[in-house]
Design a protein around this ligand. Structure first.
Ligand code: SF4
Ligand code: SF4
Ligand code: FES
Length: 265
């Protein structure tokens, strides 16, 4: 499709899209030509498509500001937020393909069932308040606050979960692997100086390894590359967690403790 001089001048042009349509049983890419206006994002085009040609097209969105994490999809095969992907990053003559996140089951069209993530979230014990301190008495070094602040920017778009090769095409790994978002959550809690989990018998490093599949991660950094909040998931959460888990494993006192515990069983 070529772009006319009038289209070049006005900033309004016709673009070609291929959008995945279907449900959990079957589906295919459908071709559409949709008008694009200057400054628009992919979600604008999906809305225009709904308004003009495909009123039954299913799409999940909420804020249109990159904050609710609900408009995740794959655009030309790359996991992205539709509301934060400007049309100007594509060549005007290019066909743009929009498909649902591949790692999760399709509900309909661009909407996927992301309940895998909520299941994993529930499996991680939350922050354990220190028994000796009342709320309001918690004190932390600014450095510790700053470290976990980055992780708390997560908008739970699950694009990192979608792109991680451990589960992307391996449904069989889902039971044993929490994915980057939730390993990051464990890392955040494990580096929290006031988390009293160890006092209540929770070893976050051990559970990351044994129950949440930290060992499956081979630090490819694909999760970091797609994070719309630019969180350095691999460098700042996963690698440090791996290092602390390894330290723990090879700590002679931990080794001795485990040995004694096993003898007593
Ligand atoms: S760095 Fe680890 S968690 Fe992130 S995409 Fe690669 S394997 Fe998955
Ligand atoms: S870590 Fe980034 S990519 Fe992953 S769910 Fe959070 S915001 Fe999305
Ligand atoms: S609609 Fe909220 S992040 Fe895109």
């Amino acid at each position: 499709m070529s772009v006319s001089q009038e289209e070049q001048r006005s900033g309004v042009y016709q673009a070609h899209f291929r959008v995945w349509r279907g449900d959990e049983h079957a589906g295919d890419l459908a071709d559409y030509t949709v008008e694009v206006h200057e400054g628009e994002v992919v979600l604008d085009i999906v809305h225009r498509l709904q308004a003009t040609q495909a009123p039954d097209l299913a799409v999940r969105w909420n804020c249109k500001a990159g904050k609710c994490g609900s408009c995740s999809a794959e655009i030309n095969g790359r996991p992205r937020l539709m509301c934060m992907t400007r049309m100007s990053v594509f060549d005007r003559t290019e066909t743009i393909t929009i498909t649902p996140m591949r790692a999760f089951p399709v509900v309909r069209d661009l909407v996927t069932d992301v309940s895998f993530n909520y299941t994993k979230a529930r499996e991680i014990p939350s922050f354990v308040p220190p028994a000796e301190l009342a709320p309001g008495e918690y004190r932390m070094q600014q450095e510790d606050v700053g470290r976990s602040q980055e992780f708390r920017k997560c908008i739970e778009c699950f694009l990192c979960q979608d792109t991680c090769h451990v589960v992307r095409d391996h449904e069989e790994n889902k039971a044993a692997f929490a994915g980057p978002r939730f390993l990051m959550r464990i890392a955040e809690l494990d580096m929290h100086p006031l988390d009293a989990a160890p006092d209540s018998g929770i070893d976050r490093k051990a559970t990351a390894q044994d129950e949440h599949g930290l060992g499956y991660c081979n630090i490819t950094k694909c999760c970091t590359e797609v994070c719309p909040e630019h969180i350095k998931i691999t460098d700042n959460a996963l690698i440090p967690l791996k290092e602390r888990a390894a330290d723990r494993k090879y700590d002679p006192l931990v080794w001795l403790g485990n040995k004694i515990r096993r003898r007593g069983e």
